[in-house]
Design a protein around this ligand. Sequence first.
Ligand code: NDP
Length: 471
Amino acid sequence: QQADIGLIGLGVMGANLALNIADNGYRVAVFNRTVVKTSEFYEEAGRLKDQIIPCETLEELAKSIRAPRPIILMVKAGEAVDEQIVALTPYLAKDDIIIDAGNANFHDTVRRLAELGPNDPTFVGMGVSGGEEGARHGPSIMVGGTPESYARIEPVLTAISAKYEGESCSALLGPDGAGHFVKTIHNGIEYADMQMIAEVYGVLRDGLGLAPEAIGSIFEKWNAGPLNSYLIEITAKVLAATDKKTGKPAVDVILDSAGQKGTGRWAAIEAQMLGIPATGIEAAVAARSISSLVKERSEASKAYGDLGTAKLADGGQAFIDALEDGLLAGKIAAYAQGFDVMAGASKEHGWNIPLATTARIWRAGCIIRSQFLDQIAAAFEGSEGKNLLLAPAFIERMKTGSASLRKVVAQAALVGLPTPALSAALNYFDGYRQARGTASLIQAQRDFFGAHGFKRLDEEGDFHGPWSDVG
Ligand code: NDP
C-alpha cells in the first residue's frame, strides 16, 4: 500500500512530525540525507512501523507515495531546501506538492515559488511551531499557498495540528510567503515575550534579591492568572530545577549568553523595511546581542561599578503585583506591534492575512500559546487590521496595566536594572497615545537643513519655515 504523504529530513522536527502523521492514521514515506538515520528512525518507530515506509533514495520515496503526492521538507533552512527541491523535482509531477515546513525566510519562499516552471510541482511554505513536543503531539501550523493546495493537504494538517478546545491550530493564512512570514513574526513575538519575562526575573533577582526558587513560585502563581501561558509555565519549572553536578539552582550555572538562529532578527528587519514600529521585538533581538558580549560586559561592570545604585526600596507584595500587571501590559504592546507588522506586510504583499485566525491558531501548539491569544482573537473579530491598542477590551486593560508597567520601568531604571523590551513597550504605548507628538520639531529641523518642507495644521499644502529670519 502506498503512502498518503512523504517527508524528507528526519532531524528533531521531521522525525517527530513523521511519527505524528503516522499516529494519526496516515501512511508516511520518509527519507533522510544520511541514510542510516532512516533505518534507525524506522526501527525505533515501534507500533507505528506499519504506517511508515522508509526510503533510501528520493526516487524510491516518490514511488512510495500515492499520486498526486504531497511531500513535506523538514530540513535545515537555507541552501539545504534549494538542494532538496532540485534533487526531488525530477521524480515529481505537476500535480505534486512540495511543502517546506522549515523556518524559511519568506523571501526565499517567494523566490522558490517563482523558480518553479509551469510543469514543476506546486510549492507551499509552511511555518511549524511547537518544538519537538509540538511536532510529535500537535504543532501550530501556518500555511502559505493556494486554496487548492491547502484543500489537498488540509485533512492531514488538521489531524496532526494542536487543538484548542477542539479547534485545529492549522490554517491557510495567505498565498506564497504568507505562512513563513507569519512564522517569522511569531518568533519575533516569542523573542519579545521571553525577553520581558527575563527582565522581570532580573528585577526580582537583582532588585529584590530573591532566590530562583522564590522567583519560580511567583511565576507559578502568575501562571494561574491572566499571564497564563506556556512560556510562564516553563519559566516556573526552569527556576525550580536543580543542577545535578553542583546542587545549585540550574539557572545559576548557565552562561548568560542567549543564542539566536535569526528568525527574531528577520522579524525586526521586516518591520523596519515596512516602516512599522516593532520596538519590543527589536529590543529583544538587541538584548540577545548584548547578552553575547560576555567579556565586554564583565569589563564594563568593573569599569563602572554599581554607580551608587542600590536594591529596590519597595519590595512588598504591591510591587510584585505591579510586576505581574506590568508584564501583561508590556506583552499587550509587543503583541500589538507584531500583529501590526503582519497587517502591514499583508497590505504590502496583498496577502490578506486573517489576524483573528492567526491569533486562534497560536492559542495551542506553539511556543507563545496562551489564554491571552484567545482574547486577541476576540479583539480582532470584526476589527481586522486595527491596532490591538485600539480594541475596547485592551484599552481598558492598558488604562490600568500601563500604570504598573510605568512603575516597574521607572523603579528598575532608578536602580540601574535593564528593562529594554518593557521600556520599549511603554514608550511605544506613550508615543502611540500622544495626539500631539514632537515630530513638528523634526519637520522644522528637516526643513531648516534640507528644505524638505512641512505641512501646517491650519492650511493645506507644503510650506517652508522662516529660518532665514533666525540665521
Ligand atoms: P535538525 O538539525 O535536527 O535536522 C536537520 C535535518 O536537515 C536533518 O534531517 C539533516 O539531514 C537535514 N539536512 C541538513 N542539511 C541538509 C542538506 N544539505 N540536504 C539535505 N538534508 C539536509 O533540525 P530541526 O529538525 O531542528 O529543524 C528542521 C527545520 O525545522 C529547520 O528549518 C528549523 O529551523 C525548523 N524548526 C525547528 C524547530 C525546533 O524547535 N527545533 C521549531 C520549528 C521549526 P542529515 O541527518 O543528513 O544531517
